[in-house]
Design a protein around this ligand. Structure first.
Ligand code: GDP
Length: 296
């Protein structure tokens, strides 16, 4: 991810770096190129506009004109602003609440929700010694419930026994009871997804949230999501108040725009990234490192 954006920006900045002086026109021309590169990387238009404006404000100011290395200075400003868009520091999953701490996983079908649910369980178990219970609320797709059970077995984490006649809210209640009585530290609820956002999905997700009182509500989203990323993240955030985002398929050839767009549109941190299909292919998201990678 980000390779082509990184290449494009690298070329733009190469032209700026060694310059002894920069006029406002030079900066404007460079920013026009930056803007184009970001749009091609699938960053949403609205986010690109705000970003470029922010950089311009600083880049035409004294910080640059008085600098003895103005080109370097512009590159630094772009870097700082990228970090600001991506979020300041890696934000871990927050388990700071009385047990069982509930995590609610939401997102579209196929985004990697079930896989990510199992990956997080494995991580909490192995790194923090947590006793985790998983529950699938996907009553429409029995295969999804089965998939979570299989993944749970694979990572050695308990799953709530499947009862096919219950609705998602009833399962959420049963899961909470089971987690309490069974002495679990963490309960992760894997909700049903749809192929697109609709009112029914949002309603169901909101009702599940109301009965399960989650400490974290994590949106699982595919890094390949293009211009839809902003709409997706905002829709979920406005209905269920996200606490964070997990970006999947970061190992793919996505252009990376979703990462910048979703954080900027919601202000909610990207907490983790999925980097493969294996159960250990989950990493912390470090905005600074990502900005470094983008800027080569
Ligand atoms: P759900 O419908 O949202 O629950 O999606 P799944 O968890 O079933 O994932 C759909 C497919 O995406 C599966 O084949 C996963 O193995 C795959 N997948 C999930 N996360 C990642 C990731 O980070 N990288 C890659 N390459 N594949 C992933």
């Amino acid at each position: 991810m980000f390779e082509s954006l990184s290449d494009r920006l690298g070329k733009i900045f190469e032209g700026l770096r060694g310059r002894g002086a920069l006029s406002e026109a030079d900066v404007t021309a460079a920013l026009r190129e930056v803007r184009r590169a970001l749009i091609e990387a699938d960053v949403s238009l609205e986010v690109v506009r705000a970003f470029v404006e922010q950089v311009r404000e600083r880049a035409v100011g004294a910080e640059v004109t008085r600098s003895i290395t103005p080109g370097q200075q512009v590159v630094k400003i772009v870097h700082d602003e990228l970090v600001a868009v991506l979020g300041d520091a890696a934000v871990p999953i927050d388990l700071n609440a009385p047990a069982p701490v509930t995590l609610l996983m939401v997102g579209l079908q196929g985004s990697g929700k079930t896989t990510t649910t199992a990956k997080i369980a494995k991580r909490l178990k192995e790194r923090q010694g947590k006793k985790v219970l998983l529950a699938s609320l996907d009553t429409r797709r029995p295969a999804a419930m089965e998939q979570l059970k299989v993944l749970g077995e694979q990572v050695g984490v308990a799953t709530l026994p499947i009862v096919t006649t219950e609705d998602p809210v009833a399962i959420a209640r049963r899961a909470a009871r089971e987690a309490r009585l069974g002495g679990f530290d963490v309960l992760i609820l894997d909700t049903a997804g749809r192929t697109h956002i609709d009112e029914e999905l949002m309603d169901e997700t909101a009702r599940i949230k109301a009965v399960s009182n989650p400490h974290e509500v994590l949106l699982v989203a595919d890094a390949l999501t293009g211009q839809d990323a902003v709409n997706l993240a905002r829709s979920f955030d406005s209905r269920v108040d996200l606490t964070g985002i997990v970006l999947t398929r970061v190992d793919g050839d996505g252009r990376g725009g979703a990462a910048l767009s979703m954080r900027a549109a919601t202000g909610k941190p990207i907490k983790l990234v999925g980097v493969g299909e294996r159960m250990d292919a989950l990493e912390d998201f470090h905005p600074g490192r990502v900005a470094d990678r983008i800027l080569g």
